[in-house]
Design a protein around this ligand. Structure first.
Ligand code: ADP
Ligand code: MG
Ligand code: ZN
Length: 466
């Protein structure tokens, strides 16, 4: 029997507002612990929340980007649980009336577009951060005490929930990468996994291929790496298949992926909505976004990365198109002139290897460099790519102009190199022809790569055979 994986994702994104969701404390990731707090986010009695308008607008913008309907009326609820990172004893979240519903995300894949339903996107506040001390790598197991940093408490957080429309770990990973790129381009989050501003839960089940049933799922919580997510999913798929094939039953459970970076709620094997005692937040009126604001935000949507991939596919094929967009090199790709496939390849390989920020590059200069790449030695080209993000970078420096092409200029250098390496000269003359490259290399090094390599070859050979 063939098994089909069924995967649904819940993605949490920190919004990059200036202040927190319900108070005016600044959001500053690197601020000293517990220095960005106030009576509201510390839950002092009588403190009242005031929603952050910018966070609501960012969520609406995201909703548009995900093709969601923006509701006329969304309601904040209290979601109760008990944990040290939650000073109020409840989290303000949205429950059965979230702000954005019924969207779809079109994921370009090697075999066309995959439509992934977006069930909802809602706005909530993040909990504080538990910092486990004394254990390995900040993990809870083995820790001897836990400190709480309330700077994170009240950070605006959007949760995006997909339908179980994904059927491979590969597609799950690609969706997550593209969703990340989307929120970054919308300017609503920096979505940096190391900082925890992008985290996701992965729900996995399997079913006989061809069936449309939904079997019991397990959930891997708080993932913060695309590769770990893909591996975790793969492992879970195999585990479930083995259970079914040996006649067993999959139990619904939640697995914590990275206990060191947890945020509440704590893990229990089954968590039902009633456990949270959801109730409408009495201190906040429902959010009723004015239609003109909703429309204005729709008008502000830029071209999204998924659409850009689809636009590039014909020119450069799926892999390069996706790579360019997900790595953020697509804008540069559009500006650099020259053969599309060659430019894409260079950007994704040699250029990528330099680590240069694509945003810092002058596309016109890079175009010149790429155009002339066959006329310069390979290592000069690489060197030039590595410098292409420097202020005032000029391709000319590395091309014709800067190149030493006069025999008269090169001869003394070649003589010097030969004189400095009498042993190698003798070995060459004794038959070790392979040493030619050594001498050429020395000359190139001496001239910092500016010597014309063809000319150097000729000169060195001539002198050695003289
Ligand atoms: P809950 O509200 O209990 O968290 P939901 O039904 O809202 O559960 O689903 C949460 C996530 O789990 C969604 O991303 C959804 O797509 C996914 N999911 C639901 N059922 C399955 C299933 N049988 N297999 C895989 N994923 C599932
Ligand atoms: Mg859930
Ligand atoms: Zn505060």
């Amino acid at each position: 029997m063939n098994w089909e994986p069924v995967i649904g994702l819940e993605i949490h994104v920190h919004l990059k507002t200036r202040t927190k969701m319900f108070c005016r404390c600044a959001l500053e990731y690197f601020a000293p612990e517990n220095s960005r707090t106030c009576p509201v986010c510390l839950a002092h009695p009588g403190a009242l929340p005031v929603p952050n308008r910018k966070a609501i607008e960012m969520t609406i913008l995201l909703g548009h980007g995900l093709g969601c309907e923006i509701v006329d009326r969304a309601v904040f609820h209290r979601k109760h649980y008990f944990y040290p990172d939650l000073p109020k004893g409840y989290q303000i979240s949205q429950y059965d009336e979230p702000l954005c519903v019924d969207g779809a995300f079109s994921l370009p894949t090697a075999d066309g577009e995959l439509r992934i339903g977006i069930v909802r996107a809602h706005l909530e506040e993040d909990a504080a951060k538990n910092v486990h001390m004394g254990g390995a790598e900040g993990r809870i197991s083995g820790a001897d005490r836990t400190l709480v940093d309330f700077n994170r408490a009240g950070t605006p957080l959007v949760e995006i929930v997909t339908a179980p429309d994904i059927h491979s770990s590969e597609h799950a990973k690609r969706f997550l990468q593209l969703l990340r790129q989307t929120v970054v381009e919308l300017g609503i989050s920096d979505a940096e996994m190391e900082k925890g501003s992008l985290r996701f839960d992965v729900n996995v089940s399997v079913r006989p291929e061809g069936s449309d049933e939904l079997r019991t799922r397990t959930e891997l919580k708080n993932m913060n790496s695309f590769n770990f997510a893909a591996k975790g999913i793969e492992r879970e798929i195999q585990r479930q298949i083995e259970i079914y094939e040996s006649g067993g039953r999959v139990e619904q459970e939640t697995m914590h992926f990275d206990p060191g970076n947890e945020s509440a709620p704590p893990l229990r094997s089954k968590e039902e909505a009633q456990d949270y005692r959801y109730l409408p937040e009495p201190d906040l009126v429902p959010v009723e976004p004015p239609r003109d604001v909703v429309d204005r935000l729709r008008g502000e949507l830029p071209e999204l990365p998924g659409a850009r991939i689809a636009r590039f596919v014909d020119e450069v094929g799926f892999d390069l198109a996706e790579g360019l967009v997900v790595s953020g090199r697509d804008r540069l790709f559009e500006q650099v002139t020259g053969d599309r496939r060659a430019v894409a390849n260079i950007l994704m390989n040699q250029f990528a290897a330099t680590g240069v920020d694509p945003g810092a590059v002058d596309a016109a200069e890079l175009s010149k460099l790429i155009e002339a790449r066959d006329q310069v030695p390979r290592h000069v080209f690489t060197e030039a790519l590595a410098a292409s993000g420097d202020p005032g970078f000029s391709a000319e420096t590395y091309l014709g102009d800067g190149q030493i092409t006069e025999t008269g200029d090169l001869e003394p250098i070649v003589d010097r190199i030969l004189a400095a390496n009498p042993g190698q000269v003798e070995a060459y003359r004794g038959g070790k022809q392979g040493l030619l490259g050594f001498f050429v290399g020395q000359v190139m090094k001496e001239t910092e790569g500016r010597a014309n390599p063809k000319l150097v070859n000729e000169l060195v050979r001539e002198k050695l055979n003289a």
